[in-house]
Design a binder for this molecule. Structure first.
Ligand SMILES: Cc1ncc(COP(=O)(O)O)c(C=O)c1O
Length: 431
């Protein structure tokens, strides 16, 4: 299948998550050229079976310690979220829009957790009136607001405190905790938060939530964060003197994007579970709590590809440019402009010529009138011509909905879900 002609990470990813057919990338067992013919380019294609297999593998690894929720922001298409709901997942949501997507995915309101640093009155009203069972509070204003709305609705609302943990819990590439942050309450002021919740008769403190950082690739770091979360939960429970119902240890499980990135070792994660169980069970106030993890990227990322067609091949002052019909407007992360400190390429393959050896480096650029619209920088590529397909791997998470799709007013890409060898469009705005 010509894997030897690909960069090592891309070759590994093709072998692990895709495969090839007649020299072309296969997604969910379907030749990407066929998908291009039917749906046009560019498109996102998601292998639904692979996503469900990842969910089951992760659930098995963390069982019986934790239950796996899906953080819907990674890929909020209801048909994607439904894959996980069908496997028994709850959903972590962060807006009224995600609440609607979660409902469309068949998730019941009592299997959703609502987190996010700046929830509005209208969205709180919407989700609480619809029966959301647990709110993760992140500011004193929000505690007051949620308390007032829950009282008006005559509800006793379970809340969990999202905590921004101290230095000791750091980890991951993009740190959202362990430093000054808008997310959650600093662990140092926990007692004040408990008092603020106690002052709201309609709120019932029942849990704790941590989200320390995304893109954690080291099982040891992840396990240390989870242990720290249990310690914090114990501290909270001893402050209130009551058992906790819920301990949400967050998401953040990473996937390799760049040469040299390791793959998170699930067996090592599983090996750490008994000791976490023992820690939890040793505390009578934690023993009955349900532990949750809520990854997004890890579940959907590797099972998606963004496929675009070459429109022109140009040489400018000695450099080869492959101008494609897809780009940063659909896939901001792959252009390196979604919060990366250093712009490095996602794994990219010549999808219609997988087995053909590279002939040299190419700049892979999109149709936008900006040099930011570059997805490949000096990427080793075979000779390609207009009509050939190029695929960006690791694209099932933080792809389209994390991109400035309106910038330059190009058409949105098709989104295709493949399950059991059958494919269907799930976007744009189709079912
Ligand atoms: C509260 C919360 N949970 C879960 C996630 C999912 O993170 P990841 O996709 O890295 O697992 C995020 C991402 O920003 C988040 O903010």
């Amino acid at each position: 299948m010509g894997a030897l002609t690909l960069a090592p990470l891309a070759a590994d990813l093709v072998a692990a998550h895709f495969g090839s057919q007649d020299g072309a990338l296969a997604i969910g067992g379907i030749d990407c050229r066929e998908l291009a013919r039917i749906y046009g380019t560019p498109f996102y294609a998601y292998d639904g079976d692979a996503m469900q297999a990842r969910y089951r593998a992760l659930s098995d690894a963390v069982s019986p310690f934790a239950r796996v929720y899906y953080s819907i922001k990674a890929n909020p298409r209801p048909q994607i979220a439904r894959l996980f709901v069908d496997c028994g997942a709850g959903l972590e949501i962060a807006s009224a829009g995600e609440f609607a997507a979660a409902r469309a995915a068949g998730c019941s309101s009592d299997a959703m957790l609502f987190a996010g640093p700046g929830k509005g009155a209208r969205e709180l009203e919407t989700v609480l009136a619809a029966g959301l069972s647990e709110l993760h509070v992140e500011s004193f204003e929000e505690i007051a607001l949620a308390g007032a709305i829950a009282a008006r609705l005559g509800r006793s609302l379970a809340v969990a405190i999202r905590i921004n943990p101290g230095e000791a819990a750091q980890g991951g590439a993009m740190r959202m905790g362990g430093k000054p942050a808008a997310f959650g309450f600093d662990e140092e002021i926990l007692a004040g938060v408990v008092a603020a919740i106690a002052a709201q008769p309609a709120l019932r403190l029942d849990g704790i939530h941590l989200f320390t950082g995304t893109q954690v690739l080291d099982a040891g770091v992840l396990l240390a964060q989870w242990r720290y979360g249990l310690d914090l939960a114990a501290r909270l429970a001893s402050l209130t003197g009551r058992p906790l119902a819920r301990i949400d240890l967050g998401g953040g499980l990473g996937i390799p994007y760049h040469a040299g990135d390791p793959t998170l070792d699930l067996a090592a994660v599983a090996a750490g579970v008994p000791s976490l169980m023992a820690r939890k069970n040793s505390d009578p106030l934690l023993r009955a709590a349900e532990v949750i993890i809520e990854p997004g990227r890890w579940l959907t990322g590797p099972a998606g590809a963004y496929v675009m067609a070459v429109r022109a091949v140009k040489v400018s002052r000695g450099q080869r440019f492959l101008v494609t019909d897809g780009g940063m407007h659909h896939h901001l992360a792959a252009s390196g402009n979604l919060g990366q400190v250093i712009k490095r390429d996602f794994p990219i393959v010549a999808a219609s010529r997988l087995g053909v050896p590279p002939t040299g480096p190419a700049q892979i650029v999109g149709p936008l009138c900006t040099p930011l619209d570059t997805l490949g920088r000096g990427t080793a590529m075979p000779d390609l011509a207009a009509g050939d397909l190029i695929a960006v791997l690791q694209s099932g998470a933080y792809g389209l909905t994390a991109s400035p799709a309106g910038f330059l007013s190009h058409d949105p890409p098709a989104e295709i879900l493949i399950q059991a060898g059958a494919h269907r469009a799930i976007g744009p705005d189709r079912d």
